[in-house]
Design a protein around this ligand. Structure first.
Ligand SMILES: N[C@@H](CCC[C@H](N)C(=O)O)C(=O)O
Length: 259
């Protein structure tokens, strides 16, 4: 049997996209998803995303990490899937979809895809790091030597160590560039390596930097290995609301998978 697949990337965070509106994809086949994401034996991607029908929203997002396991929210994946839905004429200039963390709104602005993220009611300040959940769990800490430190080793140790252990966390390293610009590198659980960008990660960094008083602004610019993203939010007594992640999302190619 063959299946059409598409490849998308958002600031270098890349995904295999499959239109599963006819429910033809075997979601239990973890080994297949892992193989499709493999950069030598498969298509190669940080994750695989299914576009599915939804009773009330425009579509549903089902996200798998490159290890083949379904995981929590992927911000860049949500932006790429929205672009995919637009390219398939499932949606037009704006839409809503359901992901594992709830409903999301998306708005297209030229080449940019703006995705509304979940509200963030709590930010944990552990002094040497900050932990928060932006749809996925994120550890945020400063790293002065951001260009050349060993992110794979240090990120993996934090991801697997206390207090995260088996469930793990994504780990973001941050360097301040100016009062509203930060450089970010992210080690992602489920990929078990650095990715070129992480949408829920930069959202976590933007909110953490505001929470720590590192930026007074409610629009923050994030430089990642694969480009630039923008995060805006409203700070209220109940936390961070009206959180939007903005950046490019592009189709790279289309092909046929034989399985
Ligand atoms: N790349 C993603 C995050 C994907 C989920 C993460 N690997 C996890 O399992 O928590 C993003 O853009 O947010």
């Amino acid at each position: 049997m063959t299946h059409t697949f598409y490849k998308y990337q958002g600031t270098g965070n890349d995904f295999v996209m499959i239109d599963n509106r006819l429910n033809t994809f075997n979601k239990q086949d973890t080994a297949l998803i892992n193989r499709l994401c493999d950069r030598r034996f498969g298509i190669g991607a940080d994750g695989l995303i299914l576009l599915e029908n939804h009773d009330e929203a425009d579509f549903k997002m089902v996200y798998y990490n490159a290890d083949g396991n379904e995981s929590t929210m992927c911000g860049n994946g949500g932006r790429c899937l929205s672009q995919f839905a637009k390219d398939l004429n499932v949606i037009d200039k704006k839409a809503s979809f359901e992901a594992i963390d709830g409903m999301h709104h998306v708005v297209f602005d030229g080449d940019l895809v703006q995705l509304q993220m979940q509200d963030v009611p709590t930010v944990e300040d552990h002094k040497s790091y900050v932990f928060l959940n932006t749809g996925s769990p994120h550890h945020v800490q400063f790293e002065d030597n951001i260009a050349s430190f060993d992110i794979k080793t240090i990120g993996r140790n934090i991801r697997n160590g206390a207090p995260y252990y088996k469930e793990g966390t994504n780990v973001n390293f941050v360097k301040k560039i100016s009062s509203n610009e930060f450089q970010v590198r992210t080690y992602e659980r489920g990929v078990e390596d650095e990715t070129l960008s992480c949408g829920t990660g930069v959202t976590a960094v933007a909110i953490a930097m505001n929470y720590l008083g590192e930026t007074p602004d409610n629009t923050v610019h994030l430089k990642v290995q694969g480009g630039e993203l923008k995060v805006s939010f409203t700070k209220t007594e109940s936390g961070y609301n009206n959180v939007w992640l903005t950046g490019p999302a592009k189709q790279v190619f289309k092909g046929e998978i034989a399985w």
